[in-house]
Design a protein around this ligand. Structure first.
Ligand code: UD1
Length: 449
């Protein structure tokens, strides 16, 4: 494959999002829209140039965080897509390979589609346009062909009634060999209905130069442009469809696919079963044979082979769960390491904890990890047994094989194999109950007078 430079256009204003956040930083599958585009470009080993508008420092930062040596071009006035590409001239001036123009607000274009157009360039085309058939073509540029070759792209505002009847539209994604781009880019003018420099005019100019122009047709679902909240929701829905399909293809059972929401980076092994209504935030890695029961919220956690989570569990903050760990209902685990075979079955909070293999955490155990200022650690050894309804006040260390009595407030370290009682001792007063009852009845009778 020839060298590739991707120019990502991101200077649009995004006013229809009605947001303080630039539109390309809104997340789809937990990842900013522009980062999806960067990832796709990078998967072809491409160099990256991004065209940003004034006041888009946050976009610049997001891009350079992703790709520290990305070329940032600034488009000070929004004069059209052709003008935007011109601003990146420094990046393509000496390019000997191919140049791919992508939109920063079109996150779901697949590697397959990009592979196809880049492949056509490598096979000798000078320029390849990605077309699609949107449900409603109004507003899009139309691909005018002779049935075989692409002759022009006509913008909606400039199109005749007959041209507007064409259903095949321009997605905006166009690949050029660098020579062709350099030959046409400065000849684009702004004599059109919008008074803008249209990148799409490159087609007619290249046709006039007798260059070889191709187009392909891609599925409309991957070409949704996120420029309002409805489109954002549409992109999210499509992303989830893609991700669910990928998971199932890789051996994951989804009991009710429509109710499981993945993050862009969710990783699942084989024979994982995910019950309905599970939401994944970023950073979840799941090994084989894991069961995630209904209504779990997982983020930033590594889960070992054979573990079972939920229902109604929340696990987050860099948690590490070993093999065969069981995290049951109404349990929250934050930034804690649970070694192989740890069980925390019911109604517990484990925060900033380290728990040794096969330890059992009783129902209602709470690690008191925060004093209002500092976060402290709770360390529990292997094969320990924490009785139900314990408060473990961090920092505290409980040794291997130790027990803590139910209802204890543990404020001091517990040595290995010790039993800690952190509660008042029980006292039974013989025959005292009838006296208490009498006293209560007398009180009631006195009130009644
Ligand atoms: C453009 C295409 C149209 C296509 C449509 C697909 C042109 C002239 N028209 O329409 O054929 O059907 O996309 O969505 O190319 N941008 C800049 N600077 C600018 C203008 C745009 O960076 O001066 C960027 C935007 O951030 C966005 C992309 O280019 O990522 C498309 O801009 P937009 O205004 O949405 O598209 P149109 O020009 O209307």
């Amino acid at each position: 494959m020839a060298d590739l430079l991707s120019i990502i256009l991101a200077a649009g204003e995004g006013t229809r999002m009605k947001s303080a956040l630039p539109k390309v930083l809104h997340p789809v599958g937990g990842l900013p829209v522009v980062s999806h585009v960067l990832r796709t470009a990078k998967s072809f080993g491409s160099r990256i140039a991004v065209v940003v508008g004034p006041g888009h420092e946050a976009v610049e930062q997001a891009v350079t965080r992703f790709e520290s040596n990305a070329f940032i071009a600034r488009q000070l006035e929004r004069l059209g897509t052709g003008h935007a590409v011109q601003q990146a001239r420094e990046a393509f001036q000496n390019e000997t390979g191919n140049v791919l123009v992508l939109y920063a607000d079109t996150p779901l274009v697949t590697e397959k589609t990009i592979g196809q157009i880049v492949g056509r360039l490598d096979a000798g085309a000078d320029m390849v346009v990605v077309g699609f058939r949107p449900h409603n073509p109004t507003g899009y540029g139309r691909l005018l062909t002779d049935g075989n070759r692409l002759l022009a792209i006509r913008e909606h505002k400039d199109a005749s009634d007959e041209e507007r009847r064409v259903g095949l539209c321009n997605s905006g994604i166009i690949a050029f060999n660098a020579d062709t781009l350099r030959a046409v880019i400065d000849r684009i003018d702004n004599k059109n209905a919008k008074g803008e420099y249209y990148l799409t005019d490159a087609v007619e100019l290249a046709v006039a130069d007798k260059r070889q122009i191709d187009y392909i047709e891609a599925d409309a679902s991957e070409l949704v442009g996120v420029d309002n909240r409805t489109k954002l929701a549409e992109a999210e829905a499509t992303f989830q469809q893609f991700k669910r399909a990928e998971m199932m293809e890789n051996g994951v059972t989804l009991r009710d696919p429509q109710s499981v929401f993945f993050s862009w980076d969710t990783e699942c092994g084989r024979d994982v079963t995910i019950f309905p209504n599970v939401v994944f935030g970023p950073g979840v890695k799941i090994a084989d044979n894991v069961e995630i029961r209904a209504f779990c919220d997982l983020e930033d956690v590594v889960i070992g082979d054979g573990a079972s989570i939920g229902p109604f569990a929340r696990v987050r903050g860099g948690a590490e769960l070993g093999k065969d760990v069981h995290v049951g209902n109404f349990v929250e685990v934050k930034k804690s390491k649970l070694a192989d075979g740890v069980k925390v079955g019911h109604l517990s909070y484990l925060g900033d904890a380290e728990i040794g293999a096969k330890t059992n955490i009783g129902a209602g155990t709470i690690t008191c990890n925060y004093d209002g200022v500092n976060k402290d650690k709770t360390v529990i050894g292997a094969n320990a047994f924490i009785g139900s309804n314990a408060s473990l006040v961090a920092p505290v260390v409980i040794g291997d094989g130790a027990y803590t009595a139910s209802g204890s407030v543990i404020t001091e370290d517990v040595p290995a194999d010790a039993v800690a009682f952190g509660r008042a001792r029980q006292e039974n007063k013989a025959d005292y109950a009838p006296k208490l009852r009498e006293r209560a009845l007398a009180k009631k009778a006195a009130k009644g007078k």
